[in-house]
Design a protein around this ligand. Structure first.
Ligand code: NAI
Length: 483
């Protein structure tokens, strides 16, 4: 028996989890469920990460969490338990499969266009660190981390999955034309990994263009890999292509711990009524069974689900309105009664069971990725300072502090250069960036920067600083617009 940690979740969570577990029990799966406490009422009990210490212990011991949707209490300053779980356990790849389901009408199914695409979304980094600061009363800042090891993990996973699936095309969605260092790093990593998979057609599309293409010709895409926030938005768009959130499963894959859950939330508007659609959670359960190697059972249950949908059997949120909607329990029973049936359209092919993936790992310390030491030089610093004065006044004051080590190269406001050149039409906020670079491209030390900091603080509130780094001959900073 393989142990699985199960968290029922909030809102419709307990109802749809009960439905899916009853299907698993009817299929006599070799799984043992350990129920853990996570979600809203755990926050209410005072656990600020939304899970009890016992839940954390169990999940780390068994390596698999099957969870219902969970609510993050609003206005209490606590972070989403869903995001905490993904980040704490490094489930770096969020895989979402979107397929046309016969019986679930969409504009594409009516036009005879079959959708079968997989979105792999980076799951740990990006703006989801939630690292935010108010730099002045008017200016907020969110830090967006994109790292090489983080990108490498998820992109390698996407390529491996595409190879296993026999996919032809793998596409990177990005905005590297604007975010040259962050999305640029993600895109470079994509093409670096692509070299190891010559049989796959690897290409890239700017994310806005990708959205347009997905809603016009979704059948042209196979596997799409994206950074976290862009992946979040694009994958909900894809849920819409196949019938909505009720049909969108999700697997959060890590090296040690993996989490399986539906994409949708707790649906408070229908909670407790026994009318929720359990399909998305059931499809997430199928992904979990496949992850564990239980292919035969996954195929059997999925075929029963597809057959049921094909018969026009539906819950209230989708399907042919001329046929009565079933409640959650009736819909679930319809699926179990169809065990052994196969749909006419796209039955899932029979597969042998794979060896059960081991899920129990013991780590002595946190895994750490680091690059070998290269040439790393500090070439200057950006000082983000508060001021409601005009750019020439800011520059005049800053110029007093350059010592004989630095030059003031540019003053910018929200990323647009306003000194030495600029336009009177550029709107200003009370946060400027003064960029100091070392004279004659010599490198400087952190102590030099501290001296500059001390001097600048005589004239300004310094809200934030960033070092201007150079790695080998590669500059580690972007230019201001117009610089
Ligand atoms: P939601 O997904 O819960 O609901 C959006 C709409 O879809 C509602 O009208 C709801 O009734 C419907 N819906 C969702 N799932 C359904 C299902 N299985 N069957 C039938 N109808 C369904 O999104 P909303 O309202 O924005 O969020 C509600 C709560 O869920 C929030 O507290 C949010 O933080 C949480 N949430 C949790 C997630 C997770 O645990 N992974 C993901 C998204 C939201």
């Amino acid at each position: 028996m393989t142990k699985i940690a199960v968290a029922k979740g909030d809102g419709i969570g307990p109802e749809i989890m009960e439905a899916v577990l009853s299907i698993f029990k009817a299929a006599k799966l070799p799984l043992e469920f350990e129920f853990v406490e996570m979600g809203k009422w755990v926050f209410d009990k005072g656990y600020s990460n939304g899970m009890t210490p016992e839940a954390q212990q169990t999940i780390e011991a068994v390596g698999i969490l099957f969870k219902g949707p969970m609510e993050t209490p609003k206005g209490k300053g606590v972070k989403s338990v869903n995001v905490t779980a993904r980040k704490t356990w490094n489930t770096y790849a969020n895989k979402r499969v979107f397929q046309t389901l016969h019986g679930v009408d969409t504009v594409f199914s009516k036009a005879g266009i079959i959708v079968d695409l997989t979105i792999v979304r980076e799951n740990i980094e990006d703006t989801y660190g939630g690292i935010e600061h108010m730099l002045t009363p008017d200016v907020s800042l969110s830090r967006r981390f994109i790292t090489r090891p983080g990108s490498m993990q998820v992109i390698k996973y996407a390529f491996e999955m595409a190879r296993r699936k026999g996919t032809k095309r793998i596409t990177c969605g990005h905005k590297a034309n604007i975010m040259k260092l962050t999305d640029g790093l993600f895109l470079d990593t994509f093409y670096e990994v692509a070299k190891e998979y010559p049989e796959l057609k690897a290409d890239d599309v700017i994310v806005d263009d990708l959205c347009m293409k997905l809603v016009t010709r979704p059948d042209l895409f196979d596997v799409v890999v994206l950074t976290n926030l862009q992946g979040d938005i694009v994958s909900d768009l894809c849920a819409g292509l196949v019938g909505g959130l009720g049909f969108a499963p999700s697997a959060n894959i890590g090296d040690h711990i993996s989490i399986f859950e539906a994409v949708h939330g707790t649906a408070p508007d229908i909670a407790g009524k026994n009318i929720a659609n359990p399909t998305a959670l059931l499809l997430s359960g199928m992904a979990m069974l496949r992850h564990l190697g239980l292919m035969k059972s996954a195929v059997m249950i999925e075929n029963a689900l597809l057959y049921t949908l094909e018969q026009g059997i539906h819950t209230g949120d989708f399907g042919d309105k001329s046929k009565p909607a079933l409640n959650t329990t009736e819909f679930t029973e319809a699926i179990t009664s169809n065990f052994g049936q196969k749909p006419k359209n796209n039955p899932r092919p029979d597969l042998p069971d794979a060896p059960i993936t081991p899920t129990i790992f013991k780590l002595k310390q946190n895994p750490m990725f680091s690059s070998p030491d290269g040439k790393w030089r500090i070439m200057g610093a950006d000082f983000f300072i508060e001021s409601d004065e005009q750019p020439n006044i800011v520059a005049e004051k800053a110029l007093k502090h350059t010592l004989n080590l630095f030059k003031l190269v540019t003053v910018s406001n929200r990323g647009t250069q306003v000194w030495p050149k600029g336009s009177k039409f550029t709107n200003l906020v009370d946060l400027y960036c003064c960029r100091f670079e070392s004279l004659e491209e010599a490198s400087v030390t952190q102590t030099d920067i501290l001296e500059l900091y001390k001097r600048m603080s005589a004239d300004f509130i310094i809200c934030s600083t960033e070092l201007l780094n150079e790695f080998g001959d590669k500059k580690g900073f972007s230019l201001a617009q117009g610089q």
